[in-house]
Design a protein around this ligand. Structure first.
Ligand SMILES: Cc1ncc(COP(=O)(O)O)c(C=O)c1O
Length: 388
């Protein structure tokens, strides 16, 4: 049964104090702070104060975070590394791939976050070639574009699930089938999807996945994770590494490095302990709220938003069909930063990229929030392409 648009927001909103002051609709940048995550940070400080250096407990929290992420992604715990950023996990992966042999190409889509493109280009020093897969004018990348790029020279295909610039969603299953048919593994950057829609690594059939807790998972900066499919783990030997990737972190042997037999081999140094407390609380809260329910809720809010934007005559650059898009809606602006600032003055928090306004509702946003945004857009319609 469809969830009525406001039921979810009414239920969860009291847990996010920011809504007492602001219309916060910017979860593509950062999720709103909940009481649970604030309490988790307080707990971290109390534990530190009370016990001094409770490292055994903190390492057990690292494992608890791994369990939590594995549950979220439908993965096994052995397939999950806890990292400090998407970049750190992808760096470890790239360091484990040789570009010297027959497969020397990294295929990246034009929807990638800068870090994926930049890390790929850094591998040129190690013999890699990077091929970019361009987007069409309608803001999508058809499968044929990937068909032309992924071949038997491809060492890795890297795609983003939902694009941070225009909100377009990639058909990951189809792409995974294509990559696998050509013998190439698929890396998925799921930062803009995880927490806002169900992300199951087995259903998507990706080989690697990187994301973090900062946005739709309601955690904070400093916590990210990296999934590696079980049968690939021991075939990859990261050289961008550290002692937390060793088979036994308490061995402390400076004369030997033996990587963990699990995806822990993609970890590096001291884990981000405070952010781990926050991430466990954020992920638990998000799972309690319900990710499937959130997707339905956000879909309803998005329909309302698009209707209003169409009435204004403004240009939506995000694909319309729900299967082709995520929680993020981008609207073309003639002065995006100015528009973000003007809305900000009215207490509406949004963001911009590439000359577009980004509006990204989550579980806590209500139909009223959407109406407040639409009213703000009406007031500043001179900054909307097509509506001025
Ligand atoms: C799609 C996507 N990938 C990656 C990142 C961030 O990567 P990192 O954790 O390395 O800073 C973001 C953050 O905005 C993002 O939107």
């Amino acid at each position: 049964m469809a969830v009525s648009v406001d039921t979810l927001a009414d239920r969860v909103r009291p847990r996010f104090p920011i809504f007492e002051r602001l219309t916060y609709i910017n979860s593509c940048s950062q999720g709103a702070l909940s009481d649970a995550v604030r309490d988790a940070y307080t707990r971290y400080l109390s534990d530190w104060d009370e016990h001094g250096a409770p490292w055994e407990y903190w390492v057990s929290q690292l494992d608890a975070a791994r369990t939590s992420v594995a549950g979220l992604l439908g993965a096994d715990e052995d397939e999950v590394a806890i990292t400090t950023s998407v970049s750190a996990g992808v760096d470890a992966l790239m360091s484990a791939i040789s570009f010297e042999g027959e497969r020397d190409k990294i295929v990246v889509s034009d929807f990638e976050f800068p870090t994926i493109g930049q890390i790929s280009h850094a591998q040129e020093r190690r013999g890699a070639r990077v091929e970019h897969v361009p987007a069409e004018a309608d803001g999508t990348i058809p499968l044929e574009r990937f068909e032309a790029a992924i071949d038997d020279r491809t060492a890795l295909a890297a795609v983003t699930h939902v694009c941070f610039r225009n909100g377009a969603r990639t058909d990951v299953e189809a792409l995974a089938a294509l990559a696998h048919e050509r013998g190439a593994p698929l890396l998925l950057d799921a930062y803009q999807s995880v927490g806002s829609l169900p992300v199951d690594v087995h259903a998507l059939d990706c080989d690697f996945l990187a994301a973090g807790a900062l946005k739709y998972l309601l955690g904070s900066a400093g916590f990210a994770f990296f999934y590696c499919r079980r049968d690939l783990v021991e075939r990859l030997y990261p050289t961008a590494t550290g002692w937390f990737a060793d088979r036994n972190i308490f061995e402390m042997d400076i004369r030997d490095y033996s990587p963990a037999s699990t995806a822990r081999r993609f970890e590096a140094g001291t884990p981000p302990v405070p952010a781990i407390y926050a991430a466990i609380a954020g992920i638990e809260l998000m799972r309690e709220i319900g990710i499937e329910e959130t997707e339905k809720h956000v879909r309803g809010l998005t329909e309302r938003l698009l209707e209003g934007v169409d009435e204004l005559g403004a240009v939506v650059v995000t694909p319309r069909a729900w299967e082709r898009r995520g929680a993020l809606t981008c609207i073309a602006s003639t002065g995006a930063e100015q528009l973000v600032a003007a809305l900000g003055e009215q207490g509406i928090v949004t963001s911009s990229r590439d000359g577009n306004l980004r509006i990204s509702p989550h579980c806590y946003n209500s139909a009223e929030d959407v109406d407040v945004v639409l009213e703000g857009l009406r007031r500043h319609r001179c900054l909307l392409r097509g509506a001025g």
